[in-house]
Design a protein around this ligand. Structure first.
Ligand SMILES: [Zn+2]
Length: 211
């Protein structure tokens, strides 16, 4: 999931107006910012299928740190503590909650590969919306649109919708399989995720700062 995480960010920004939007934008993205770093350093593993660009063909073989509910939230608590100290205690708590929201939304789309604990004999969950890639494409866009319209201040709605639609279109090949071949290697996919999230955070933060 990509733009859907930012819908969760907009909701948290509306619920906690005293928390800087940038904290929340980084919070909802945190697992997918940590993940590429851990993939590139060999701590977590991903495989891609060269003949299939779809998201359910990506093998999230091992990502117990970035994408487990318990260990992932504990890791998010490290930046959370810094944020609590330097920004506000509430901002630190909301950062960790935002990071946990990432896991919850990923449960909807991922196949059963998301660890709960991140250690030992773990259970893995995932409702597998990605097994229905066209529906997943539409539903993520609808989810983003509905939340944005409902929770964002009216003067920012059009800009944030345009931002989300643009990134969803960039991501469309992984839902609709135009290319037949996967344009990414595993490491390339991780770098693209990192770059995509950072770019979206930067633009959204700029919009929330009043452009
Ligand atoms: Zn994720």
């Amino acid at each position: 999931m990509f733009i859907g995480h930012f819908a969760a960010a907009y909701l948290l920004i509306a619920l906690f107006p005293s928390v800087p939007p940038l904290v929340i934008l980084f919070g909802v993205s945190f697992p997918d910012l940590l993940w590429p770093v851990l993939v590139l350093t060999g701590k977590e593993r991903v495989t891609v299928s060269p003949d299939n660009p779809l998201q359910n063909a990506i093998g999230f073989t091992s990502y117990p740190f970035s994408h487990s509910l318990v260990t992932g939230s504990l890791i998010a608590a490290i930046p959370g503590l810094f944020i609590a100290y330097f920004v506000s205690p509430l901002a630190g708590i909301v950062f960790v909650a935002a990071s946990a929201s990432h896991w919850l939304l990923d449960v909807v789309t991922h196949v059963k590969d998301l660890p709960v604990l991140g250690t030992g004999r773990d259970i893995k969950v995932g409702l597998g919306l990605w097994n229905y890639p066209r529906s997943a494409f539409v539903l993520e866009l609808v989810f983003y649109t509905v939340i944005t319209v409902l929770v964002v201040q009216p003067f920012m709605v059009v800009t944030l919708l345009a931002l989300g639609f643009a990134f969803h279109l960039i991501n469309a090949n992984s839902f609709l399989g135009f290319s037949k071949k996967n344009p990414f290697t595993a490491r390339g996919y991780a770098v693209a995720a990192l770059f995509g999230f950072l770019t979206f955070i930067g633009i959204a933060a700029w919009i929330f700062a009043g452009m």
